[in-house]
Design a protein around this ligand. Structure first.
Ligand SMILES: [Zn+2]
Length: 313
């Protein structure tokens, strides 16, 4: 895994902030998350992002669309603003060479899954056309609060199918949202079953990013409350998720509060410890019957050892 976190500072300062907390991957907003207004980015700042990220040792950049967006909203004003914001976000993500734009489909606010889907699909379709070979659109699974879409693997697969398996469409799975929507990602058997189903209905090649958060609310609670690493109900067992063989190689990003300012060096350190515990436990365990090692490219593991080496040395 390429371990990292969501950092502030925007396009200008995100790489140095990420480096300062010991991250090898970063997620950022490209506008203030509290307002619809989209900034006029300085083209030079956008153009220099790749070099600055490389210099800071950042191996993957993910842009997160702001949470105000709701593509399933029955309200035309919110819907229109959501679509134009995602368009601008994707354009900026392409300009900085990000690997993807993560977004939440949103909530149908009681109008029903199918009604929400009919709103969301054309919105996502038109933004997908602005994506590039490098910069994909990534749907994040939801915790299942209210009428949020993407609360189950079935809904995720439905989105994938109804968007005609667009070649630039991918997914981001959030450990806290999976847990809150009833998937026990701390149980190796349950996690393998989830990944088997994802692989058969969507394809693991479409899984492009992970959010790694502990949960402050119980399994299946449908409440979205991220907890700091080792401080929530998953605790040390989050190492099962982090150590899973089929999830290696992906950017794994913290979205935790830390000490109130978001992911920090301490959270990154705990994340690294749990990842190492998870991968060590896996390699020591006897070979499992489930899963298929043959499917994974052998090169993936080298990235992990490289990033680990960089940190320890
Ligand atoms: Zn998330």
């Amino acid at each position: 895994m390429i371990l990292g976190g969501h950092v502030g500072g925007g396009v200008k300062a995100a790489p140095e902030r990420a480096e300062a907390i010991g991250a090898d991957a970063l997620q950022l907003f490209v506008q203030s998350p509290r307002a619809w207004r989209f900034p006029d980015h300085d083209p030079e700042v956008l153009a220099s992002y790749g070099d600055r990220a490389r210099a800071a040792g950042i191996q993957a950049t993910i842009v997160h669309a702001i949470y105000l967006c709701n593509f399933a909203s029955p309200d035309d004003t919110i819907y229109g603003k959501s679509v134009s914001t995602l368009r601008d976000t994707v354009d900026t993500a392409c300009a900085i060479g990000a690997e993807g734009v993560v977004f939440h489909v949103g909530s149908h606010l009681g109008s029903g899954f199918e009604a929400g889907l009919e709103r969301a699909l054309p919105a996502v379709e038109q933004v997908l056309e602005r994506c590039s070979e490098r910069t994909w659109l990534l749907i994040e699974n939801s915790a299942g609060t209210g009428g949020t879409i993407g609360r189950s693997l079935d809904e995720v697969a439905t989105l994938f199918e109804r968007l005609n398996k667009h070649r630039r469409l991918g997914f981001c799975l959030d450990s806290c949202h999976l847990w809150a929507s009833g998937y026990d990602v701390t149980d190796p058997v349950a996690l393998d079953a989830l990944l088997d189903e994802f692989d058969s209905r969507v394809g693991l090649d479409r899984l492009r990013a992970l959010h790694v958060n502990d949960s402050a609310t119980p399994l299946g609670s449908n409440r979205d409350r991220h907890a700091n690493i080792k401080e929530g109900l998953m605790g040390d067992k989050l190492s099962v998720f982090l150590g899973n063989r089929r999830l290696q190689g992906l950017p794994a990003l913290l979205e935790v509060e830390g000490q109130g300012k978001g992911p920090d060096a301490n959270e990154m350190q705990k994340l690294r410890e749990l990842w190492e515990a998870g991968t060590t436990a896996r390699t020591r365990a006897p070979a499992r019957k489930r899963g298929s090692s043959a499917r994974r490219p052998a090169t993936r593991g080298t990235r992990d050892s490289r990033s680990r080496g960089r940190r320890s040395g």
